[in-house]
Write a protein that binds this ligand. Structure first.
Ligand code: SAM
Length: 237
């Protein structure tokens, strides 16, 4: 089915984050995600008890570092690499991660092309960042590079927007999300949030992620949480 809304080019997504209020856009106040705190707790619990205390963690599309901070709250001796193409978004990380000096570094790169060292990370995490990927081939290519960057047995854990398995179930998810937005935002902010979503985001279905993850080499995949258009899914190398 053709898209009902025109999609902006990826360069416009980059420009959007380069001019955004980094702390706000980087999920400082994520009222537009229902059950945000529960979802991120599920994500972090999926891997932190199973990696070494000094684990090396990659945060893909890390922005201002709010997910990295949750990781470091559980693993204060971990070393987190914040990968993001926006210097503006990464510029807020020093403030957000101020309790953890020396426990993180930033890597300014596009996750679609970043050359990641093989076997360098015990876990890869991501929140609300890879849904800008355009098309199954690009998701597969991203997952191949993330798989390569993990140690054997390493975990990829992600919370993000997902499409439904059918157009009808995508619409159902969007209706649920709109109902949530109408509870927490003023009417013009609801429309602005939905317009930005239709212009920028290209989420894959959960089954689509599972297929791409398996094709990229991951042995085990699972869905840990889902609400409206948001999901937490995991994969193990
Ligand atoms: C909505 S923010 C989420 C930030 C953070 N993960 C969080 O949950 O607080 C999305 C982030 O993904 C980054 N991003 C989007 N596309 C990217 C790409 N192709 N390569 C690297 N970073 C990207 C943006 O710059 C932005 O910082």
């Amino acid at each position: 089915m053709p898209r009902a809304h025109p999609l902006v080019p990826s360069a416009e997504v980059e420009a959007f984050f380069d001019t955004a209020d980094a702390r706000r856009t980087g999920m400082a106040d994520p009222v537009y995600v229902p059950e945000y705190d529960a979802a991120l707790t599920v994500l972090v619990n999926a891997f932190w008890p199973y990696v070494p205390a000094e684990a090396r963690i990659l945060d893909v599309g890390a922005g201002a570092g709010y997910l990295s901070r949750r990781v470091l709250d559980c693993l204060p001796q971990a070393q987190v690499t914040l990968l993001d193409f926006s210097a503006n978004m990464l510029s807020a990380a020093d403030q957000v991660l101020s309790p953890y000096p020396g426990q993180y570094e930033t890597l300014r790169a596009d996750y679609n092309h970043a050359d990641l060292p093989a076997g360098a990370f015990d876990a890869v995490v991501s929140s609300f960042a890879i849904h800008y990927t355009r098309g199954d081939g690009a998701y597969r290519s991203l997952y191949r590079r993330l798989h390569r960057a993990l140690v054997p047995g390493g975990v990829f854990a992600c919370c993000d927007m997902v499409a439904g398995a059918t157009d009808e179930w995508s619409q159902l998810g969007e209706q649920g999300w709109r109902a949530h937005l109408e509870e927490v935002l003023a009417p013009d902010a609801v429309e602005h949030t939905l317009e930005t979503h239709y212009a920028q985001d290209t989420p894959l279905s959960v089954q689509g992620h599972f297929t791409c993850l398996r094709q990229a080499g991951f042995g085990v995949v699972d869905l840990l949480w889902k609400r409206d258009i948001f999901a937490v899914y995991v994969a193990r190398k």
